[in-house]
Design a protein around this ligand. Structure first.
Ligand SMILES: [Mn+2]
Length: 279
């Protein structure tokens, strides 16, 4: 049981000093897209790329090693070697059927319910957005839209409060769930109610307002492991090779003043398809 205690201690430590919802970072980061329980790929990233890392969320569900992946990511986070952003799978609405809760119960037995509640609280404390060198925005899903269907500003995201377990706030929810579309403005998302596809003009307005260049994000499965949208205003990185993603060619992104995408297997600079229609 020492291992369970260790795990709970780690979870408590992550949320002891909760980071702001919008983190401001400087320097160079290795951005890692969805892992979904792919420990093998995470190990390869850690072996071949120097820290610090910027994890873009979706550590658990679908693959078999969600527990190992999320533990490693959060360990690096508390050691200051990584930033762990929240994904839509860091949430009870996904983990009940997505595989993580079952995995937890298989691996740690009857205490899994209590330990899962610790995960729930820690997931709720994870940051939603990182701004790197004032130029690059990192988040899991996409730009959130306000009621008037204009993009929310970072200042508005910073002010989000209330229960973050699911989360209830529509802006926070959309940051975890939205996707880019090869469209001008926006469209309802096939993922479900309250979720949007955002287009070229939304991305442009967001970057103009903040003086930023690119949004690097995960969330969308692309077999090529990366995709470029909105003239480079948005870049998708996908890093899982586990479970349903066996055919992916995982990518990572080097985030500095710009975003450069690399193939994990070859370490070569990657050519990402442009404006793919992901649904
Ligand atoms: Mn996702």
């Amino acid at each position: 049981m020492a291992k369970v205690e260790q795990l709970v201690n780690l979870l408590v430590k992550v949320r002891e000093r909760p980071p702001p919802l919008v983190l401001s970072l400087e320097g160079r980061y290795v951005a890692v897209g969805d892992l979904h329980g792919d420990m093998h790929t995470l190990e390869k990233v850690l072996e071949e790329w120097e820290p610090p890392y910027l994890f873009l969320g979706d550590y658990v569900d679908r693959g078999d090693h969600g527990l190992e992946v999320v533990e490693q990511v959060l360990q690096l986070f508390v050691e200051g070697k990584a930033v762990a952003l929240r994904g839509n799978h860091e949430s009870p609405i996904m983990n009940m059927d997505g595989g993580f809760l079952d995995e937890l119960c298989e691996k740690i037995g009857r205490k899994c319910g209590a330990v899962y509640r610790e995960f729930e609280k820690t997931f709720a404390s994870l940051p939603l957005i990182a701004v790197v060198n004032k130029k690059i925005i990192a988040l899991h899903g996409g730009i959130p839209l306000k009621d008037d269907m204009t993009p929310a500003a970072l200042e508005e995201v910073e002010k989000i409060s209330g229960d973050m377990t699911t989360p209830r706030d529509p802006l926070a929810f959309q940051i975890l769930w939205n996707d880019p579309c090869p469209c001008e403005k926006y469209a309802p998302s096939p993922r479900g109610p309250g979720i949007w596809l955002f287009g070229y003009e939304i991305t442009k307005a967001f970057h103009t307002r903040h003086g930023t260049r690119t949004i690097v994000r995960g969330h969308t499965y692309v077999p090529t492991g990366c995709a470029v949208h909105h003239d480079g205003g948005v870049i998708t990185v996908f890093t899982s090779n586990a479970g349903p993603y066996k055919k992916t060619k995982p990518k990572i992104a080097l985030v500095k003043e710009e975003v450069e995408v690399y193939d994990l297997a070859t370490k070569n600079s990657a050519k990402c398809p442009q404006d793919v229609d992901i649904f």
